[in-house]
Design a protein around this ligand. Sequence first.
Ligand code: NAD
Length: 481
Amino acid sequence: MQKIKNYIGGKLVEPSNGQYLDNYNPAIGSVYSLIPDSTSKDVELAVKAAEKASEAWANTPAKERSDIMSKIADLIQRDLDKLAQAESIDNGKPLKLAKRVDIPRAVDNFSFFATAILHFSSEAHSMEGIALNYTLREPIGVVGCISPWNLPLYLFTWKIAPAIAAGNCVVAKPSEVTPMTAYLLSELCIEAGLPEGVLNIVHGLGPKVGSAMTKHKKIKAISFTGGTKTGEEIARVAAPMFKKLSLELGGKNPNIIFADCDYDKMLKTTIHSSFANQGQICLCGSRIFIERPIYDKFKEDFVKKVKQLIVGDPDGDKTNLGAVVSEAHMNKVLSYIKLAEEEGGTILAGGKRKILDGKHKDGWFIEPTIIEGLSYDCRTNQEEIFGPVVTIMPFDTEEEVLKYANSTEYGLAATIWTEDLSKAHRVADLVESGIVWVNCWLVRDLRTPFGGMKNSGVGREGGFEALRFFTEPKNICVKWA
Ligand code: NAD
């Protein structure tokens, strides 16, 4: 069985204790590879390797760093098919989605930050006749990146690329649930000639590896994407150590549909924003609010279309939804469907585990599920489910829908559908959300600030925000003679 290795000091190495964890193919429901069960000892080795490389990498001209990163982007592009297949097997997502979204975005993350660093600049403030201030933006040193399982290579590279571009050396931990493409990336980094120790990837469990990274004195910044509870734990440990923290956490995103929207466009996109990647995108709209005049029509059309979605073999050309990522996650999502029924909800579509035939008979598939009849403040409508489950609710006024939309502890993303420009701006302004899409969903410009408010996170990723996070500003004030 294939054994994934850690990537430390430029080499692919076994975990120091020789222990491995099972890695599952969720569409089959069985183990297909092994992942290092690393410990704080491996984190220590990775930090040492990163420290050793730190000065040279920080002093490497931006153009040279940029060239190596562009080479990594080219290699990911070259291996797109292989990486997409690996991502689909590891995560359960449809292969065509990995080919169209996940791997191209990993290419973009490297190429975007390879060029962004060439355009990054800092400020100067002149105090006329008195002094000149100029601000240097220096690499932090050794930084930590911890990522989740839902968009494995996509989110892993979204953190690593700006960190390296800015001249830091990185200790990174992908999710133990989906480690494969991070491992394949380490092979590509070696091929691209990334200097030893600039990127170190330690595989293993959060409470062991992630926690050792968070606690490590030499790791000066942590960029984390994952659940709000884990983010809380990381903040509890890292904040008293005065580490820089970027936390991208959970969401419970509202999709607000006004009666005057472009109906066909809205319906098509809403299916996508509800169930893409089996609903396991932090930006999926899981609470759908529909203005009453079109509620019945929307309900009928949406239910009809969702029932036509194909849940099946991730390799299938026609597959819309693959498997959810793990058995534990499947059971969590199913428990929320049960909760919704207990809370008085009616299941309009789906609601069950989907059992497939043949080699997928033990795979972890869930039918896309629509629930109605719940109050906006019940647990089903307040807690993150992170699966192919949405609720639908009617509303009558802007005031009412904003109350519903803003009622959760989260504030990551919101979608608004209306052809009324003033209303779009007004509601976008009042919705408590770090990202708002009007008449679209998941349209991404990598230069824009990305992240959530409230319990959805602290700080923003993307563009120069990320480069600012991964650098330490130093202001130098020079007195005029
Ligand atoms: P998770 O919090 O369980 O795990 C995320 C990462 O943290 C994993 O690598 C895990 O091993 C590690 N980890 C776990 N415990 C740790 C600890 N004590 N110390 C340090 N690291 C630890 O999240 P998940 O289940 O992998 O991902 C799903 C969650 O991620 C959802 O809540 C989703 O909304 C969120 N997410 C947010 C965004 C965003 O941009 N805001 C994007 C994607 C996913």
